[in-house]
Design a protein around this ligand. Structure first.
Ligand code: CA
Length: 237
């Protein structure tokens, strides 16, 4: 009993000193409030043409062919005269959680290859819990692993925006994993995160997990969008 008490006291002390609850990762990994469906890339389905615009995939090799993670769009920003230089794959060998991850491989420094998640399709039903809502703080977090990611490229990056609508006019608010050092080279799974705050007219959000202007290989897994509660708008005069 005494040992248990000592352990508990030490754990509490660690928690106070570090601001981190021991074992919190395990609990957070299964946070039921994740607004993203299939953020772990466990479910793959035949490619939905409505999810990938125009020639977005014309020069991407998909593995397995014509399969995509359910609920996600796949894209490659095409450069003129470019051949098939990028691959988006379901990986059952290298994954952070569950049985699968998504793998992106770029072979040309001009490659911008990405997987995209959007809540736009839920915005027509404002009561749908998968929507983002106005005046709230959101946390996006994800796991990424890399191999031979060139130092002189942009690297694996989250780029996102949310759309607002005021008096019938849409407005776009961009945000991204800017101002921080992006991982390069070869690195093991690491968790990264981004916080954004929605304005009073926010409607829907889109986020893209990219390998951008870089050669190399990356994996993404266990992507979460978490509602961290309301914020109070402050008016300035
Ligand atoms: Ca997974």
């Amino acid at each position: 009993m005494k040992n248990h008490r000592t352990c508990f006291a030490v754990a509490c002390l660690l928690w106070l000193l570090m601001g981190v609850a021991p074992g919190c990762d395990a609990a957070e990994a299964t946070d039921p409030k994740n607004l993203i469906e299939n953020g772990g890339f466990e479910n793959w389905a035949p490619l939905d043409p409505n999810f990938s615009r125009g020639d977005a995939l014309q020069n991407v090799i998909l593995i397995p062919p014509n399969l995509a993670p359910a609920g996600w769009s796949l894209m490659h920003e095409r450069v003129k005269h470019q051949n098939r230089t990028a691959t988006i794959a379901m990986d059952e060998q290298v994954k952070h959680g569950g049985a699968r991850s998504v793998r992106i491989e770029n072979r040309d420094m001009r490659d911008i290859t990405l997987v995209m998640y959007s809540t736009e399709r839920f915005a027509r039903q404002p009561g749908d819990p998968r929507n983002i809502r106005p005046n709230r703080r959101y946390l996006v977090r994800w796991w990424v692993k890399g191999e031979n990611v060139r130092e002189d490229g942009t690297g694996p990056i989250l780029m996102m925006f949310y759309m607002s609508e005021k008096d019938g006019k849409p407005g776009r608010v961009n945000t991204s994993e800017g101002g921080v050092e992006l991982p390069k080279g070869t690195f093991d799974w690491q968790r990264r995160q981004l916080v954004f705050i929605t304005d009073e007219n926010a409607k829907w959000a889109t986020m893209t997990f990219q390998l951008r202007w870089t050669t190399g290989t990356i994996w993404y897994d266990d992507i979460e969008l978490l509602d961290r509660g309301p914020v109070t708008p402050v008016k300035t005069y």
